[in-house]
Design a protein around this ligand. Sequence first.
Ligand code: G3H
Ligand code: ZN
Length: 295
Amino acid sequence: MPLAATGDLVAAAAAERRAVAAFNVITLEHAEAIVEGAERAGSPVILQISENAVAFHHGRPGPLARAALETACAAGVPVALHLDHVHSTSLLHQAADCGFGSVMFDASRLPYEENVAATRAAVLWAHRHGLWVEAELGQVGGKDGAAPLDAHAPGARTDPDEARAYVAATGVDALAVAVGSSHAMTTRTARLDHALLGRLSEALDLPLVLHGSSGVPDEELRQAVTGGLSKINIGTALNTAMTGAVRAHLAENPRAVDPRGYLGPGRTAMSRTVTAFLGVLDAAAAPVAAPAPAR
Ligand code: G3H
Ligand code: ZN
């Protein structure tokens, strides 16, 4: 199947009040697991590679992006390729050539006016090169090993009036909002501010994105999708699953040396996690069953 466009997957989800999941890819095994998990669920999916993952691969986006692209094009469900949490303009400018159809340009740590200026410039460049752009306003905490709990700090949340002005000033295609989730959580204990999400959804006419979704419990995710989120970003949950399976394999096989012996269970654990998350998102979108007719 040809590579899907992130914008198309997100727009279709938003039109149907459901959400498409975007999973972070660090290794080839992540991409394979995400596609396998999505095929099992029968759901479209987005493979996303972050600037941090590019840094791990010696700062070169091409090799992992092209591997993910090949994996996406061989999939039996629609799969898109997204460049996530980009700060560097030089990386942004490599996105289209590496096969990405979309980017998340992250200037959220800058003061408001600087965030607007940097994001506006990124959007102008990206649109000229056919890329769909997501940006962030407010601060979803826990990036780069920062303390995960600043999601509840004053000023961390996205303000609806500011968000409306930001979207108009930057021309972004989707907005990541800070509503209580935090990156890199290994427990699913986050509580989202559903009232704020409702106000954001009312105020804005573009798809909204949740980052840091690994720490959000199933029921909170369902409610957030019903409340207007259209793209759900998940990363750490895959790493937790993979590392747990690798650790268990090595504990049982202390003399093992062939990486396929532990990467295989790691990949399987990730693909199961993908299917489980997609099941939660699908259930959130399922139409409410009509009441049985009175007899
Ligand atoms: O952009 C990526 C996501 O926000 C992943 O966050 O690793 O906490 O699930 P997570
Ligand atoms: Zn994120």
